[in-house]
Design a protein around this ligand. Sequence first.
Ligand code: ZN
Length: 151
Amino acid sequence: MFFKDLSYYEYHLSSPVKQILNVGWLDKDHGFETGELGSEFHSKLSSIIVGNSRFDASFNRIRGIHPCSLCGERDITVSNTERQKTLGMSEILVPDINGNSYFASPSMIYHYVVTHRYLPPKSFIEAVMNVDLSMKFLAEDIFDNLLGART
Ligand SMILES: [Zn+2]
């Protein structure tokens, strides 16, 4: 599924959620920016995807796995000492640095960045680096609330 970076989120919805912007919905038919992001960004993004008992960025979990839309790989995991997540089974919600909007990405975005050198928009990079993994953050609840508040 392709969505242009920073477009309004409307995946599976009848109308867009304007507090959520798409980032990292790549496919083979659309070009994307490339560049090098440091290992600090890679590990922070991985930590966000893996989550912990307070911080859970995953929402819209699916039963199967969406393989990488660029190379078809499907057995890609990220982990920390306690948890492991398989990419392609959910989306992640990342709070913007202003605190009142969000970015939605497929969890595969980690693989896009690390393996395919995808360079996300600067605002997303800043948001990832700004995330406080010790805060209480439940993406599913936030997403449901935003859906309910649509006008
Ligand atoms: Zn790939």
